[in-house]
Design a protein around this ligand. Structure first.
Ligand code: PLP
Length: 488
């Protein structure tokens, strides 16, 4: 195969048969992450620019293309505009994968990162406002507006749906992630013409408003919106399935393990949605799902435990209510005052402290504060497991309230109730691992003889000792805190 331009790198007939994926049914995953720039948005980008050219409203060297993208469309437009000779300005936000932003700039795009959400319309709203300002400022500029531009729908009706129709004699189920809704509107429109009985399932993250959900902060890019996109008026899905981001992360990991393909975040949600419908599939039905991109660009986010810990809620199942009540009733709440030493380096620690309110400092020496602990943090955890005196002191930085749970009580319960121990250690190991990572990030090694290696070794040991799961959470203990505060 010899190509004359990278824009020829489109793979139209690539379907991964997932053997017995859902209740014994095969699922065909249409891989759209193999195109140049790594996502389905390459087709969208070509479609949007070619539409302008067909209509005679843009010319290379004169027109400035403006678009808002969380990354994938931005990457794709950067290449298409560079190859065709257009100046391109991309407005994006802090959720965009860093590698995408880098890539866009390498292709010559100008990238504006919006970090502050609009108080009413969220980050997307803030991005749209920035675009309005650019359109006023830049001469000969055109905003592609993938959220409303029917060219973003038509390209998927012609191409993506066309490719599916080419491959299968009939399609009974089609699962499509929904962001701008360009893909699903186009694919559904065409597939319904050809296969009238096809069931179209829109997949969203929890917290997306497109199909009437309640807005919630989301961290995984590609699917979901905080403002309903106008293109969504072109689609009435047979079903909308909202998947939690925690489940999405787990689904990605499971898929890499079981099907050996590093998929992007939204694909994890889409495959999870397929699973939720598995009992409704009948023998002989053809089930197709679209995978918008691959996972390499998410290695530092959804595939990175410390990022997951810091960003995704509810990654692990909750501690039982009974566990929480036990912790609440066994522990003693008490006030501590600024300057009070909660833990002294070198001396045994007898209790686990959950910080309910206020702030504590972790100190290496008298003036050497290495970390600040806030509500939801736990202190004394190392001593529970390591049975070694701590190497740091913990001092009350401002008046605080703590829940003090004696190690001996905790050990008694852990030893007598293996189910509790399993749940507790899982939550605990996750929390610890996160804490170690985040503490490390703030650690000033040069000031101390307590080096990075110590942290790494401790963390390693803990994870092994506790057979910690591969996912971690920091928020977990904040949930515990909320429940303790709620008096459960
Ligand atoms: C990673 C990812 N997932 C899902 C989607 C959904 O596509 P659309 O914006 O067409 O709704 C996109 C956009 O393609 C995406 O980049």
């Amino acid at each position: 195969m010899i190509i004359n331009s990278p824009t020829e790198l489109i793979f139209r007939d690539l379907f991964y048969r997932l053997d017995s994926f859902a209740n014994g049914h095969d699922v065909f995953l249409k891989l759209e992450g193999m195109h140049i720039t790594g996502s389905i948005k390459f087709k969208t980008a070509m479609g949007l620019i070619e539409d302008l050219e067909r209509r005679g409203v843009a010319s290379p060297g004169e027109t400035t293309i403006i678009e808002s993208s969380s990354g994938n469309l931005g990457m794709a437009l950067s290449l298409v505009c560079a190859a065709k000779g257009y100046r391109f300005i991309c407005v994006t936000d802090a959720n965009a994968a860093r590698s995408n932003v880098k890539g866009m700039k390498l292709y010559g795009a100008e990238v504006i990162v919006v970090n502050k959400p609009d108080p009413v319309d969220g980050l997307l709203g803030a991005r749209l406002k920035t675009i309005e300002q650019l359109l006023e400022k830049e001469p000969n500029s055109i905003w592609l507006n993938q959220y409303a531009n029917v060219a973003a729908k038509n390209v998927h009706a012609e191409q993506t749906a066309g490719e599916i129709i080419e491959e299968f004699e009939k399609v009974d189920w089609i699962f499509v992630g929904s962001g701008t809704t360009g893909t699903i509107t186009g694919v559904a429109e065409r597939l319904r013409e050809v296969f009238p009985g096809v069931k179209v399932v829109a997949v969203e993250p929890e917290g997306s408003v497109t199909f009437g959900g309640k807005s919630k902060k989301r961290k995984i890019p590609g699917i979901g919106t905080s403002v309903r996109p106008p293109l969504a008026d072109y689609i009435d899905p047979d079903e909308v399935i909202a998947i939690s981001e925690a489940r999405t992360v787990e689904s990605c990991r499971e898929f890499v393990r079981d099907y050996h393909l590093l998929i992007g975040g939204s694909t994890g949600a889409i495959l999870e949605a397929v699973r939720t419908k598995k009992s409704e599939f009948s023998p002989g039905e053809t089930i197709v799902a679209i995978s918008p991109d691959m996972g390499e660009k998410y290695l530092d986010t959804i595939y990175e435990p410390s990022w997951v810990a810091a960003n995704i809620d509810n990654i692990l199942p909750n501690l039982d209510d009974a566990d929480v009540s036990w912790i609440a009733s066994t522990g003693q709440q008490r006030q501590i005052s600024k300057g009070e030493v909660l833990i002294s380096a070198g001396e045994p620690v007898e209790a686990l402290y959950i910080l309910l309110e206020g702030e504590l400092s972790v100190m290496l020496g008298e003036d050497n504060v290495v970390a600040a602990l806030v509500a939801g943090d736990i202190v004394g955890e190392m001593s529970l497991i390591e049975k070694q005196p701590p190497m740091v002191s913990v001092v009350c930085a401002q008046d605080a309230r703590i829940l003090d749970i004696s190690h001996s009580e905790l050990r008694r319960r852990l030893e007598s109730d293996t189910d509790f121990a399993a749940r507790f250690y899982e939550a605990f190991a996750a929390f610890l691992s996160y804490r170690l990572r985040s503490t490390m990030a703030r650690f000033r090694y040069e000031d101390s003889d307590y080096g990075e290696q110590d942290f790494l070794e401790t963390q390693d040991k803990l994870e092994k000792d506790l057979q910690a799961p591969q996912h971690f959470t920091g928020n977990r203990m904040n949930q515990l805190l909320a429940r303790l505060e709620g008096g459960s």
